[in-house]
Design a protein around this ligand. Structure first.
Ligand code: DP6
Length: 338
């Protein structure tokens, strides 16, 4: 018996940055609501099989001790939450991303969404699990959150808004593009726990929490305007306003961490070079956001990869480009070799 589930990562427009640190009942509980778009091309495929011995492979290699511990903790949590008996046989788990590890695409979101769905499929059968997730989206989202906060926004496709225990769908038909600039010099990885800790301790947090509801609201209003006026100059104006807020939000997330008592620097020299070039380009129809890493995500209403390639050449930055767009919900696929 084996099942294979696929889930897509998401890119946050309003960031989950800072979580409750000292309450065991509030696992991956964000200090602020966040808002994101699910990606399409990027995906994690996870196969779970009953086996004679436990096995966990990540991207084709045996998982590290730390990752294995995280997985086992999560599976134990799922058993408890679902009130199911532990399985009598061991699990063989194989999980692969189709996007480069250095892409700065939060792989823990798609990893835990795929793992959670695959586990439900194994316990209840694929059809039952699919129906349950559809009817109990909030609960499915909450279960994914227990693995990684951002995973709760990878459960429905399209756009999702996360506040409190789970995320909900935000309806919008706009197809957006995410052109990820994978910059050559990768910064050392800082665990998400440490990243969230810098935010929780930052002197800028209080002001951020005060300003966020208005920014969030304006961002969503701008996207709605762009959706309703699609194909007209008004849509471009509305999207530019969305872009302005998107960039303001990304810069705020990073200044929170740069000004924390134990600051962390996620940007590389290349990140700064591109940021400077983008600032000088006033006629852009693409706008940046940056997660916990050096790479930039450029969000647009049209494909912009060739334009972005030229910009990188102009400023002398070598970058790999990952082109993506708005994507769908997690699902089961036939058990083929992954
Ligand atoms: C910068 O979801 O990776 O991507 O809950 O500790 O697993 P954990 O953190 P994680 O944090 C994501 C942070 C972010 C912003 C975001 O996706 O909202």
């Amino acid at each position: 018996m084996s099942v294979v589930a696929v889930a897509h990562p998401n890119i946050a427009f309003i960031k989950y940055w800072g979580k409750v640190m000292d309450d065991p009942n509030k696992i991956n509980w964000a200090l602020n609501p966040s808002f994101s778009m699910t990606l399409d091309r990027a995906q994690t495929q996870t196969r779970i099989r009953l086996s004679d011995h436990f096995e966990f492979c990540l991207n084709g290699n045996p998982a590290s001790e730390a990752d294995t511990k995280k997985l086992l903790n999560y599976l134990a949590m799922l058993e408890k939450e679902l009130k199911v008996e532990p399985l009598e046989r061991a699990l063989s788990i194989d999980s692969k991303n189709n996007f480069p590890t250095a892409a700065g695409i939060a792989s823990s979101a798609s990893a835990f969404a795929a793992l959670c769905l695959a586990y439900l499929g194994l316990r209840w059968g694929e059809e039952n699990a699919t129906a349950w997730c559809k009817q109990n989206l909030a609960e499915f989202s909450r279960l994914c959150r227990l693995g990684s906060g951002s995973a709760c926004r990878s459960v429905a496709g399209g756009y999702m808004y996360w506040e409190g225990s789970h995320a909900v769908t935000w309806q919008c038909k706009l197809k957006l593009f995410d052109t990820v600039l994978i910059l050559s010099s990768e910064k050392k990885k800082v665990s998400s726990r440490d990243g969230h800790l810098t935010a929780s301790q930052s002197p800028l947090l209080a002001e951020r929490l005060q300003n966020l509801p208005a920014r969030s609201r304006s961002m969503m209003e701008s996207l709605k305007l762009a959706e309703n006026a699609h194909g007209t100059p008004q849509a471009d104006i509305a999207f530019s306003e969305f872009g302005r807020l998107l960039e303001e939000e990304a810069l705020e997330m990073h200044s929170l961490t740069q000004k924390a008592p134990q600051p962390v620097e996620y940007w590389s020299d290349e990140t700064r070079k591109i940021l400077t070039a983008l600032r000088e380009k006033s006629d852009r129809n693409y706008f940046f956001t940056i997660d916990a890493g050096p790479n930039l995500h450029l969000i647009s209403m049209q494909p912009v990869a060739s334009e972005v390639r030229s910009l990188c050449k102009e400023v002398g930055v070598s970058a790999e480009i990952w082109e993506d767009s708005t994507g769908g919900p997690p699902r089961f696929i036939p058990d083929v070799e992954i």
